[in-house]
Design a protein around this ligand. Structure first.
Ligand code: CA
Length: 218
């Protein structure tokens, strides 16, 4: 139980420090450094670099992907807490929501990424988590699938997760993580609880864990 409490305390810290950040600015990177120093003293806690829960009421670094696409922090649905990010106005498979990671992730490292998605179309849908990347060694922009799920049921939060490895000795020109719905160009969907940790062992936010954290805040 003590271990769980320590993890929750650190997670609470992460939720407030990193989760409230906006774009990956110098200010955010400084906050990330603060978080890294904090978690370094607890080896069992994953080395979280990015957490977005939308509980700040802001987009937390996410932007719309595609012309006329809209993103909105909403309290109509949430995987945990009160808020999630609602994506609408899509007109292409690759349209969706994205977050820029080029100043946060580093060459020669492997990362585990977890995000939760939900759609309410009334039928199962195909949703994907993809990395748009360009290294100095790439002649063109590349698109790496991290996790694509064919059957995301209507009305149910589903985790998209996987690992992403960046070669050593490259310069990162672009590294944009995004959620898309490749086969349904007009699908609206919701996103919540992105967590990126260094290493191959993933970390996910669950409603149970969130509740535990919420109790510790009081
Ligand atoms: Ca949330």
């Amino acid at each position: 139980m003590k271990k769980i409490f320590v993890i929750c305390t650190i997670l609470m810290f992460l939720l407030f420090i990193v989760g409230c950040a906006k774009a990956p600015t110098t200010e955010q990177l400084q906050k990330v450094e603060e978080v890294k120093r904090e978690v370094a003293s607890v080896p069992s806690v994953p080395n979280a670099l990015v957490i977005t829960t939308f509980e700040s009421g802001k987009e937390e670094g996410w932007t719309a992907r595609g012309d006329n696409v809209k993103i909105l922090v909403t309290d109509k649905e949430a995987h945990t807490g009160k808020y999630s990010l609602y994506v609408s106005g899509r007109s292409n498979g690759w349209h969706g929501a994205q977050i820029q990671l080029k100043d946060i992730l580093k060459p020669g490292k492997v990362y585990s990424i977890s995000v939760w998605v939900m759609q309410k179309s009334g039928s199962s849908q195909y949703l994907g988590l993809t990395m748009q990347r360009k290294y100095d060694t790439d002649s063109n922009t590349q698109y790496d699938w991290i996790k694509h799920e064919n059957n995301v049921p209507s009305g149910k939060w589903v985790e998209l997760s996987g690992t992403y490895e960046i070669p050593a000795n490259v310069s990162i020109l672009d590294l944009t993580l995004y959620v898309e719905a490749p086969s349904n160009t007009t699908l609206d969907f919701y996103i919540d609880d992105l967590v990126i940790v260094e290493g191959k062992t993933g970390f996910r936010i669950t409603p149970e864990l969130y509740e535990l954290v919420a109790k510790n805040i009081k």
